[in-house]
Design a protein around this ligand. Structure first.
Ligand SMILES: CC(C)(COP(=O)(O)OP(=O)(O)OC[C@H]1O[C@@H](n2cnc3c(N)ncnc32)[C@H](O)[C@@H]1OP(=O)(O)O)[C@@H](O)C(=O)NCCC(=O)NCCS
Length: 149
């Protein structure tokens, strides 16, 4: 895949009928499944699905941006960046948390996320996510946040 082919890149909302395909991808990488409540973006190159990402609702003003997964053949050409940009633009949540693997935290920090200074104030659902990550994945995670507007 060359950079030129990435010019075919399109990011769109997932259709409800795609939830099964999405959760099959998340199962492959031991990510939690999505539900119909999530805002899910799909990146396509031509007619091929190339990557996914989501905002999981926490409450009326807060969400968790995550679930970033770019299929191996399509990596390294800005698709994750495009998905994050789409979700940040599209979400109606004004505060987004993100719990990335430490080695990938720079992707999100480069797109406007910053370190959470006061971890005591984070919602219980985010605390649960941090605990789940610690139990499920060997790699440590970071806790980031971003105001969307
Ligand atoms: C992490 C992942 C989503 C990146 O997707 P991608 O489309 O290749 O990323 P992009 O091409 O949009 O790169 C965005 C930026 O992150 C950097 N980056 C990409 N992959 C990276 C990685 N594995 N580690 C560190 N930085 C990375 C890029 O250099 C780029 O920075 P730049 O704009 O300064 O050049 C993809 O490798 C993946 O799906 N991995 C498996 C699942 C996973 O780990 N998800 C993320 C959990 S936090």
């Amino acid at each position: 895949m060359t950079q030129a082919q990435a010019s075919d890149l399109r990011v769109r909302l997932a259709r409800p009928s795609e939830l099964e395909w999405i959760n099959a991808r998340y199962a492959e990488i031991r990510f939690l499944p999505s539900t119909a409540a999530d805002l899910i973006a799909i990146a396509e190159i031509g007619d091929q699905r190339a990557g996914i990402g989501r905002v999981v609702p926490i409450d009326a003003s807060t969400g968790e941006l995550g679930g970033m997964y770019v299929l191996p053949a399509f990596r390294g050409q800005g698709i994750a960046k495009a998905i994050v940009g789409f979700l940040v633009e599209y979400t109606d949540r004004t505060l987004l948390y993100c719990v990335p693997f430490a080695s990938k935290s720079a992707i999100y920090e480069g797109l406007g996320f910053g370190r959470v200074e006061n971890a005591c104030a984070i919602p219980a659902k985010i605390r649960e996510k941090l605990d789940w990550c610690g139990r499920t994945h060997e790699e440590p995670v970071r806790l980031l946040e971003m105001r969307t507007r």
